[in-house]
Design a protein around this ligand. Structure first.
Ligand SMILES: Cc1ncc(COP(=O)(O)O)c(C=O)c1O
Length: 393
């Protein structure tokens, strides 16, 4: 077995240097725990960026993937498989959408949603403009990057794709102002994740829905981070009395196995013709086996309710910490997608927590992001708060 230093030096030497990594070499996981190659234990309150909702090494997920791998790993979408049928059925039942397309990641799902919107717009008056929000994040491929309303991600890769505009997040007047007869869609995160765990106001989402409805444009929700049992509901849109035309998923869907999905209503799907989009790997049997297992297990375990309950408990404890630590500006979020905004940089606190055996993250430079596996209970929550408190001192 390689030594820690050797592993780090090989990766640092040869991997494209796009990531700022921690000096930790992970070996295995169990539920909400991760272990490094030296046997040190970490409590995982990050879940690989809101991915591993069933925790690590979930026996049912391992079994579903292993059994499918032993049967059929890949076959392309030129053929039908039972596991794809079961996954499509489960997702449509859970969400109320009629149509599904599987991709392999979040950014790829956003690309597909952009194409869906553009095709719908083309068939409905030659519209092409997509409005997203300032401070949003939708991914790093060129279409998704154009939709991402933060110049820091775009500036070195200009020119960005044409036909995108950004409305101030939670500013109804600005959204109305930007919306015109060329607008085919409005794309929003119901809670901005990378932007700092900032929930959308109901009024803002309602304004977007009304504008789209009135002008025959599509409302797209990016639920890549908020979706799937994390916010206290199966999908975050269910907190608002709003149903988007398209919803985009990824992250949690495969519980760690790469799979993304675009869900839409029949109205949207009717604009699509054979050959408009595709994917060699998307919706393959192995990915579907993982997703079907994750969806079934999460439903059986009522992880939405667990997120709500434990999320509320953690928020309460964090608000107690806020009284002791004056540099905590705000605690916000929904369910188990929680942000702790500081008046100072969060990076050093994340590092200190890591040294003490807790994995959390910092986003938007001053917001500590807490997004654990959804199987955690009060015991893990208490341990997290204890370590976090030590890291804040
Ligand atoms: C809201 C949102 N959209 C899109 C993406 C991109 O997803 P991926 O990294 O799977 O491409 C992310 C990733 O963090 C995200 O949080």
């Amino acid at each position: 077995m390689m030594k820690k230093e050797e592993i780090i030096s090989i990766v640092d030497k040869h991997y494209l240097p796009v990531f700022g990594r921690y000096d930790v070499v992970l070996d295995f996981g169990k539920n909400a725990e991760l272990y490094d190659i030296d046997g040190k234990r970490y409590l995982d309150f990050f879940a690989g960026i809101a991915v591993s909702i069933l925790g690590h090494n979930n026996p049912a997920l391992t079994q579903a993937i292993s059994e499918q791998a032993a049967k059929l790993i890949h076959c392309t979408n030129l053929f039908y498989t039972e596991i794809q049928a079961k996954t499509v059925e489960k997702l449509t039942q859970l969400s109320g959408f009629q149509r599904v397309f599987f991709s392999n990641s979040g950014t790829e799902s956003i690309e597909g949603a952009i194409k869906l919107a553009r095709k719908y717009g083309k068939k409905n008056g030659g519209k092409y403009k997509i409005i997203s929000a300032s401070n949003s994040f939708h991914g790093r491929t060129l279409g998704a990057l154009a939709a991402t309303g933060q110049t820091k991600y775009q500036k070195d890769f200009e020119p960005v794709i044409d036909g995108f505009e950004y409305a101030e997040f939670n500013d109804c007047a600005d959204l109305k102002n930007k919306f015109d007869d060329k607008t085919c869609a409005v794309l929003l995160e119901p809670i901005q994740g990378e932007g700092g765990i900032i929930p959308a106001d109901k009024e803002f989402l309602q304004t977007a829905a009304e504008l789209c409805e009135k002008n025959n444009a599509l409302l797209i929700f990016d639920e890549i981070q908020t979706g799937l049992f994390r916010t206290g509901k199966t999908f975050c849109f269910q907190h608002f009395e709003i149903k988007p035309d398209i919803m985009v998923l990824a992250k949690a869907l495969g519980g760690g196995f790469p799979i993304g999905a675009i869900l839409c209503n029949e109205k949207t799907a009717s604009a699509i013709d054979k050959g408009d989009h595709g994917s060699t790997f998307g919706g393959g049997p192995l990915a579907c086996a993982a997703a079907f297992c994750v969806l079934s297990k999460a439903q059986d375990l009522s992880l939405d309710r667990n997120s709500e309950k434990i999320g509320a408990y953690i928020m309460e404890k964090l608000n107690e910490l806020k009284k002791d630590f004056l540099f905590i500006k705000e605690v916000r979020g929904k369910g188990l997608l929680i942000g702790v905004e500081l008046t100072k940089e969060g990076g050093p606190i994340v590092k200190k927590a890591l040294e003490k055996g807790l994995i959390i993250n910092c986003t938007a430079s001053k917001v500590l992001r807490i997004c654990p596996p959804l199987i955690i209970g009060k015991k893990e929550a208490d341990e997290m708060i204890k370590i976090l408190k030590e890291a804040l001192i």
